[in-house]
Design a protein around this ligand. Sequence first.
Ligand code: KG4
Ligand code: ZN
Length: 342
Amino acid sequence: MNILAIESSCDETAAAVIADGRRILSSVIDSQVQTHALYGGVVPEIASRGHMEAIVRVTDAALQQAGLRAGEVDAVAATCAPGLIGALLVGANFGKALAFSLGKPFVPVHHIRGHIAANYLAFPDLAPPFLTLVASGGHSLLVLVQDYTEFQILGGTRDDAAGEAFDKVARVLGVGYPGGPKIDAMARGGDPAKYPLPHAKVKDAPLDFSFSGLKTAVINLAHNASQKGQELDKPALAAAFCAAVVDTLVPRLELAAEQTGVQNIVCAGGVAANSWLRQALHEMAARHNWALYLPPLALCGDNAAMIGSQAYYEYLAGNLGSTLQNAFATAGIDENICTKIS
Ligand code: KG4
Ligand code: ZN
């Protein structure tokens, strides 16, 4: 079954054709990152307009690369939640209109479920149940993936997402947007012990975590240094920040694996590209002899291939969108967005 998938939840307009949820026939990503970099972050209105301008071109390119005409795909899928609402509405309405005009099923996909599904494209044998650490720009969660469309949230951030914290710290250190990859690169060679940073615990919730205190500590350090006219060791601060994020996420993932007894570990989302996190996850898996699945870098960030993968399993589960399907800025990974009303 070939699914044409569309992704437009943030600042990437993407389309892909995926066979049986596992094989990438084509994947096209049109990034607006250079435009938003001028403003130091994503400007929602510009993102929506950018998607409108790009969506037909990107979809045509994905079909062409797959060697298919629109009428030859078996279903059309689009990210319908969560994300920037104006941005989501472009892809969701375009996908919906295309599907119904072709007389094909429309499959609404939850963006974070898609991030997890990126791993199905990279690892043909991966199947639920498994434990996932989701770390993206908008979400940080520990999720038990019980089945392809069944998710149990075990823990998550109480405030900022990991990627959000990376982007904020990048802004403070003056490296611009998008921050994650730049902080990752800057941290190489930095001494993480030079700046002690806080490691917050959430009382009575051992699988929950928080990044706002860490983010504020970095901001205060930078401001104090500038007020005193002191030179900031940016690589050391970036390294300390990366180490603190890793020390927040990895022990909780480890605890979740011990508590659930699930020993297949998956990582998903943009922050899964972080070299410090990847190394710490490898070390954790080796320590326990657990199976670890890390998406290749090309599938960590936003793309439509992952949406096409998840769409296949949503389709098999009967989770189809009607002509009234809406898009939603927020939606839990454990919610069925086909039946969500508001
Ligand atoms: O999953 P994603 O592409 O978009 C969302 O769904 O949010 O994640 C984007 C986030 C951004 O905050 C970006 O700074 C972060 O992932 N990111 C990284 C790295 N690459 C991207 N964070 C840390 N290290 C990286 N190498
Ligand atoms: Zn994403």
